[in-house]
Ligand binder design. Structure first.
Ligand SMILES: NC(=O)c1ccc[n+]([C@@H]2O[C@H](COP(=O)([O-])OP(=O)(O)OC[C@H]3O[C@@H](n4cnc5c(N)ncnc54)[C@H](OP(=O)(O)O)[C@@H]3O)[C@@H](O)[C@H]2O)c1
Length: 336
């Protein structure tokens, strides 16, 4: 079967197209014929570390969807032909997070990912694809969709009357925007581009701020909300946005700490949390249970993920370059 490997010696791309043998499922496993895989910002961070030993030879990308192609003898919940997506953490099925799940993330340091024609996974690590979604759309869900859902809805309890701030118009941000719109919450979008803000308005964004033209976007946000601020903030930027997020949070609000778009290691002044009785919720993607609950919501509200561009299997380096450019709106997908 065809696949991509990470390789430190493959030039700037560090992605090598390769042929490897098709994996066979064990008794409790399922083989999935991958139809589409999607890219996340995490995949750029991993590509940039591709020289490190544990990543050499690893198949990248956590996110993918396809069709069950073969099942192990003990597998009862799947049939050949079922449409499925893989969950980000192979081992986080339900219940609270445990740090031991970290090493089960697909396409990370220790586990192969979805950029291959076939993958084998435990039967418990898959979810059914909602009937209204194509495999291309379903491939966008496991990391960005589940992260926004787990942070904003499961933990953040966002609902009608709330005000969400999303930072930028990438994968996690647009899922957050779509969830806010469906739940009847007001959405504030900040972006580098007026054209992207116009598209965000069409998805339900009602307060739109260009953070290039208005670097003090927290001041603009406070003005636009009559001093109330945002009850929910998808904190995606890290050090470059954290202080402004803290200055934008409403009384009793929640900062959902997720991203590192401007780097690692924010050292914010957290005093305002205390004066506003606000919370920080740290999120690392989510479980199979979160994924399943989100899919029910997507079906009930007929939500289709926003796909920016679809690349062919031969064009994977171009797909990564497009993600790195930051010019995308929503998700970038590779069709197998
Ligand atoms: N904790 C977790 O479990 C988890 C899960 C998923 C993602 N993440 C993190 O969340 C972040 C977003 O991931 P993603 O995959 O959605 O990324 P993405 O699709 O690559 O989003 C990139 C977009 O973010 C916006 N952006 C960049 N710098 C910004 C800034 N300084 N202020 C505001 N917006 C900015 C830009 O949008 P505009 O062009 O519109 O400005 C850019 O196009 C990443 O840091 C990722 O590592 C964490």
């Amino acid at each position: 079967m065809k696949a991509y490997h990470l390789n430190s010696h493959a030039g700037a791309g560090r992605l090598v197209r390769t042929d490897v043998s098709k994996p066979e499922p064990g008794n409790s496993e399922v083989r999935v014929k991958v139809e589409a895989a999607s890219l996340n910002y995490r995949d750029l961070l991993i590509l940039d570390r591709a020289g490190q030993n544990e990543l050499t030879g690893r198949i990248p990308l956590s996110d993918g969807a396809g069709v069950v192609d073969a099942i192990g003898s003990h597998v009862a919940q799947w049939r050949v032909g079922d449409r499925v997506a893989a969950s980000f953490f192979r081992d986080w099925i339900s219940g609270p997070f445990k740090s031991s799940y970290v090493s089960s993330s697909l396409g990370g340091n220790t586990m192969d990912g979805m950029l291959a024609e076939y993958v084998v996974l435990p039967a418990t690590a898959l979810v059914p694809v909602p009937a209204h979604l194509s495999s291309i759309e379903a491939a966008t869900l496991p990391c960005a969709g589940v992260t926004a859902w787990h942070g904003l809805v499961t933990r953040g309890r966002m609902g009608k009357g709330d005000t969400l701030l999303v930072q930028g118009t990438g994968g996690v941000a647009l899922f957050g925007l779509q969830f806010a719109t469906a739940l009847g919450a007001r959405a504030i979008v900040i972006s580098s581009s007026d054209e992207k803000l116009a598209r965000a308005r069409a998805l339900g964004g009602s307060i739109l701020i260009n953070y290039r033209d208005t670097p003090d976007w927290d001041v603009a946000l406070m003005k636009a909300t009559d001093g109330a601020g945002a009850s929910h903030i998808l904190e995606l930027g890290g050090p470059g946005t954290y202080d402004r997020s803290l200055r934008s949070v409403a009384s009793g609000g929640k900062i959902i700490q997720i991203g590192v778009l401007t780097g690692f290691g924010p050292k914010p002044d957290l005093a305002r949390l205390q004066w506003e009785n606000a919370d920080i919720i740290g999120v690392t993607v989510g479980s199979v249970e979160h994924f399943t609950t989100m899919n029910r919501f997507l079906s009930e509200h007929s939500i289709h993920p926003i796909v920016d561009r679809i690349y062919g299997f031969d064009e994977v380096p171009e797909a990564y370059a497009h993600l790195r450019s930051g010019s995308h709106f929503g998700k970038i997908v590779v069709k197998l």
